[in-house]
Design a binder for this molecule. Structure first.
Ligand SMILES: Nc1ncnc2c1ncn2[C@@H]1O[C@H](COP(=O)(O)OP(=O)(O)OP(=O)(O)O)[C@@H](O)[C@H]1O
Ligand SMILES: [Mg+2]
Length: 227
């Protein structure tokens, strides 16, 4: 599903070349859940932005779904992202003027799906929020907003889920339930998922655990895991 080979990302900043990612290799198969940990500033969000095709790698090769990013235009990448990927952010990124139901229906409506509202309702039910369908984001708790964001990311049954610290703004118990939900949904149709988290206990529940440190990715052996 995802193949990264020697991926590098560097930017010129204030007259200096900053190497943010250096020679990252990563393979994530369909149905696999990969957790990624690492200190702040190590490049986790940058790596997700490269996989999402939002940023371009400055070195190496990225393939998603068999498609080499090098041969894709900005619009091709946006289409691939819209059609095949679901993205969950730490701070939800919901549209505040839309209700929960409308937020979830949006990706389907953009894709021209005719029964978008019905499908969105089914998805909202799956995340346990049927009774909040008409609420706007600011009329919901953090955990509820994140569940809406997850419903929106999953509603089109994407082959690939990218989640960037989806529980970072939630208390431990709510965060645990959110990750439970992410795992259950991803497993239910064998989606591949890359989950960035600061919580080593959550990381240990993934199929594989990688650690990013100063732009270098390292696979964590099971026995290295304290949990
Ligand atoms: N366009 C840019 N110009 C300059 N520096 C950048 C740019 N984009 C990212 N960086 C730097 O790259 C590094 C990695 O950033 P990134 O957001 O990927 O880290 P992260 O691992 O997600 O951190 P956190 O855990 O705090 O979210 C940071 O030091 C950041 O300042
Ligand atoms: Mg980040």
């Amino acid at each position: 599903m995802i193949i990264l080979e020697s991926v590098a990302y560097a930017v010129d900043h204030a007259g200096r070349r900053l190497e943010i990612l250096r020679g990252v290799d990563l393979t994530v198969a369909s149905g696999e859940i990969v957790a990624m940990t690492g200190p702040s500033g190590s490049g986790k969000s940058t790596l997700l932005a490269l996989i999402a095709g939002v940023e371009r790698a400055t070195g190496g090769r990225i393939r998603v779904d068999g498609r080499d990013f090098a041969g894709l235009t900005h619009d091709d990448l946006a289409r691939l992202r819209g059609g095949r990927m679901g993205i969950v952010f730490q701070d939800f990124h919901l549209i505040t003027t839309l209700t929960a139901l409308e937020n979830v229906a949006l990706p389907l409506e953009l894709a021209g799906v005719r029964d978008a509202m019905e499908q969105a309702r089914v998805m909202l039910d799956q995340v346990g929020l049927s009774d909040r369908a008409d609420h706007r984001p600011l009329e919901m708790s953090g955990g509820e907003q994140q569940r809406v964001a997850i419903a929106r990311a999953f509603v089109a049954r994407p082959a690939l889920i990218l989640a960037d610290e989806p529980t970072g703004n939630l208390d431990l118990e709510t965060g645990g339930r959110i990750v439970e939900l992410l795992f259950r949904l991803a497993r239910s149709w064998q989606a591949a998922m890359v989950l960035v988290t600061h919580n080593p206990q959550l990381a240990a529940r993934a199929d594989h655990h990688y650690r990013l440190d100063a732009g270098t990715l390292q696979k964590m052996a099971r026995q290295d895991n304290p949990f």
